[in-house]
Design a protein around this ligand. Structure first.
Ligand code: NAP
Length: 348
């Protein structure tokens, strides 16, 4: 099979590096273009990444010698994955979509636009109906699909089956988020070593708002947001990778604890699609001291949400922990799964 050529915008960053690693042996996609800021453009990837490659192992052979380009829509590829800083992502992504590229973005800029899918493939594939509306309305030859915020992704993967079966009324979530979530060089070591920082700019709003769009319903060409009260508190903690979330939920229909666990355990709507990055999306750990970021963040290739400590809550109905890999399922891996779904559905 001829592989589909893809480009990475923001290829030098933390999420960009993750794309390069995850796509290095992908059966459907081949990285043909890398792009970043003006200061990186014109140089070989290997040269720019000296002392900046932060992932295990070496830079994959096939991309080492690719020359970084500017983020302009003259790249030789069909799909671009955008891991751009949010300060620049919005207009760059629009330019690419206008010129006919399929843009799959990890940046926040277009997530809440009413004609842009905010997609988790297992959760709301029907939101892809927005693509045609977006193209028509904006005169784009291509289109933009966005991937949610990293914490929101893992939260919604777990809330989806519960909402479908028992109807969620309220969610209280407190996050403990890893430092890689702030990009590179990210947060200063003097601020985070031996510390917890109870503030991540815009993060609480992103979780509260994106969740309602993702769990909403497509009706008459638009999304009706879910009617759930979501309250989020976000903290940056001294962990390299893996966001932990402590979640309590109130449900309209009251399941037994076995029904609650069974509902999460059965959830695997893409199991017959044979997508290369698919894993069973929820893993339940029964040990009372799990999940833990260092031990569990790479279970199922970093593509699953790891749930543990499921128990009754004396204020709402149930409480539990969710651990999610932020740069894989919460970043590049989640966006690659979107591209795989688009191909499966013959949208690309
Ligand atoms: P990062 O490490 O700071 O990387 C940012 C990237 O943006 C770099 O490649 C940088 O290129 C590029 N860039 C900056 N200014 C630019 C400009 N003017 N023109 C073109 N490119 C420019 O950030 P990150 O953590 O990888 O995050 C990337 C995006 O994904 C952000 O929007 C972030 O919110 C989102 N996200 C991050 C995570 C995570 O866990 N880190 C998870 C989900 C989503 P240069 O090296 O050339 O400056």
């Amino acid at each position: 099979m001829n592989k589909i050529p893809v480009g990475i915008l923001g290829a030098t960053g933390i999420v960009g590096q993750r794309y390069i690693k995850l796509l290095s042996n992908h059966p459907w996609f081949e990285v043909t273009e890398l792009a970043a800021s003006e200061k990186s453009a014109g140089k070989k990837y290997e040269e720019v990444m000296k002392n900046r490659w932060k992932l295990e192992g070496e830079i994959p052979h096939k991309v080492k010698n690719l020359v970084l380009k500017e983020c302009k829509p003259n790249l030789e590829c069909k799909i671009v994955f955008s891991a751009l800083d949010a300060s620049v992502a919005g207009p760059i992504e629009e330019e690419f979509a206008k010129e006919g590229y399929v843009v799959i973005s990890n940046a926040r800029n277009h997530r809440m636009d009413e004609d842009v899918p905010l997609l988790i493939p297992e959760v709301n594939p029907e939101s892809l109906q927005l693509i045609e509306i977006q193209k028509r309305r904006r005169g784009f030859k291509g289109f933009i699909v966005t991937h949610p915020n990293c914490s929101t992704t893992h939260l919604c993967l777990v809330l989806k089956p519960l909402h479908e079966k028992f109807k969620i009324r309220k969610v209280i979530v407190t996050t403990m988020q890893a430092i890689s979530g702030a990009g590179y060089p990210g947060i200063a070591s003097l601020d985070i070593v031996d510390n917890i920082i109870p503030y991540i700019p815009l993060e609480e709003d992103k979780i509260e708002n994106e969740t309602l769009k993702i769990l909403g319903k497509m009706e008459g060409g638009r999304i009706n947001y879910a009617n759930i009260a979501v309250s989020a508190t976000c903290n940056r903690v001294f962990v390299s990778d893996g966001h932990m979330e402590s979640v309590s939920v109130e449900l309209e229909n009251k399941p037994s604890i076995d029904e609650f666990i069974g509902c999460l355990d059965e959830f695997d709507p893409l199991k017959n699609y044979h997508l290369p990055s698919h894993v069973k999306p929820i893993i339940i750990l029964r040990e009372e001291d799990r999940p833990q970021p260092r031990l569990d963040r790479n279970l199922a290739n970093g593509m699953a949400s790891i749930v543990g400590k499921i128990r009754r809550c004396k204020v709402l109905d149930y409480k539990f922990l969710v651990l999610g890999n932020n740069t894989i399922r919460g970043g590049a891996g989640g966006a690659i799964l979107i591209a795989e779904l688009l191909k499966y559905m013959n949208i690309i």
